[in-house]
Every structure is written in structure tokens, then in C-alpha cells.
Design a binder for this molecule. Structure first.
Ligand code: SF4
Length: 211
């Protein structure tokens, strides 16, 4: 299963780092996280594929405790509950971190606005010191790569993905930007001209000239 990488990310506040319960020590001294089927096997200083659990002092710790990254009111039917209060709403929240490795992609020549200038995704992937094979592709773990976000703040990049792909690519051209090639299921932040304040992730195939 998955290995992980040395973590050089900024250390979160101490209150956000807690011991976890579901892990065990392997014969070679690594610790294995038992929370999800990735079963990450970690040495001290490494993070799991989800990037929010990792090994420290011979234990698996969670590094995102109490740090919600999103709140949303959902229909209760979206949740994994069986006939619990049907027709009602539920408040959902979660932290950063994801154990999926999704297959939507940009073309490797796509330029990314990093804090070190515009860089091709392919070059960012090649610059990753450690890579793992996963599900027919590869996941690279950059050491200290930061990018500019849509709100002009800096964000640390946890992973860079490379997937073999044979299928349709769409060319997307936003005002004042060069076109980018991406898979039809790749979401991008966009607003419809009928409500420019409503910026949301939309699959590229569902965009129109009115977005
Ligand atoms: S992806 Fe995260 S939760 Fe899943 S096994 Fe790895 S460290 Fe644990």
C-alpha cells in the first residue's frame, strides 16, 4: 500500500496535533495507520496520503484537529445515515485532507502560479523528491512548494499528480489568461454572468461563454 513522504510543512499549532487510536507498529519499526484502506506505513516525520495524519515520536498523530476547512448545510440524505430524520437538513463540516487520488487532470504543460514564478505542472512533478506509484499513476510530494490562490494568498502544495490519460481534453480560455487544456470532469472556479458573486467549482464540460 502507500508509503508517504518526509514532511517539511509548517507545524500547525500544538492544539491541532493529537494522538490517534487506530494504528499499530510494524516489525520494521514503522507505524501503520489503520484509519482507512490506504494503510499508510510511516516513519517519524512522514505524512500519510491524506496529509493530515502522520508519524511523530513513534505514534500516528492527527495534525488538523479542530481546524475545520469548510461548513455546509446539506440534505440529510447526502449523509451515510439510514432513514434518519428524512427530509431534514444537517450541518456538515470537515478538515483539510483527502485520501482519494482523483483522476481529473490538467495537461502537463499547464502553467501554475507558484511563489517562484510560473511553472509547468510537469516540471513541478519532476521536482518532487519523493514519488509513489498509485492506481496507474504517480503521486509526487513537493518539499516546500507554494502557489498563489484565487484570493491572492499563498498555499502549500501537498501533492502533485501524474496520470496517463487517453481521452478528450477541453481548451479553456478565461479573459486575460492563456488557454489551459484539461479533462472535461476537471472542476474550475467560475461564476455565471447572472450572478457574478456566486463563484463555485464547476466541471469544465459544464462551462459556457456566460460563465
Ligand atoms: S490516508 Fe491518512 S487516514 Fe488513510 S491510512 Fe493513510 S494516514 Fe491513515
Amino acid at each position: 500500500m502507500n508509503e508517504a513522504t518526509d514532511s517539511t510543512v509548517e507545524r500547525p499549532p500544538e492544539g491541532s496535533i493529537i494522538d490517534t487510536r487506530y494504528w499499530h507498529v510494524l516489525e520494521d519499526g514503522r507505524v501503520q495507520c489503520d484509519v482507512c484502506p490506504r494503510a499508510c506505513k510511516l516513519r517519524d516525520g512522514q505524512r500519510g496520503l491524506c496529509f493530515v495524519r502522520g508519524a511523530e515520536a513513534g505514534r500516528v498523530k492527527l495534525f488538523s484537529y479542530g481546524r475545520s476547512s469548510g461548513f455546509c448545510v446539506d440534505p440529510i440524505e447526502k449523509k451515510p445515515l439510514n432513514h434518519f430524520l428524512p427530509g431534514t437538513s444537517v450541518l456538515s463540516f470537515g478538515t483539510a485532507g483527502c485520501n482519494l487520488a482523483c483522476k481529473f487532470c490538467f495537461h502537463p504543460d499547464t502553467l501554475i502560479a507558484t511563489t517562484r514564478g510560473m511553472k509547468r505542472i510537469a516540471d513541478l512533478f519532476e521536482g518532487c523528491g519523493e514519488k509513489i506509484s498509485h492506481d496507474g499513476g504517480e503521486v509526487g510530494f513537493p518539499a516546500s512548494l507554494k502557489v498563489w490562490t484565487r484570493i491572492a494568498s499563498q498555499a502549500l502544495v501537498a501533492k502533485v499528480f501524474a496520470h496517463p490519460y487517453c481521452g478528450e481534453l477541453l481548451s479553456l480560455k478565461a479573459n486575460c489568461c492563456p488557454p489551459v487544456l484539461l479533462t472535461p470532469n476537471h472542476k474550475v472556479f467560475a461564476a455565471h454572468r447572472s450572478n457574478l458573486a456566486d463563484i463555485r467549482p464547476i466541471e469544465a464540460a459544464n462551462l459556457s461563454i456566460d460563465h
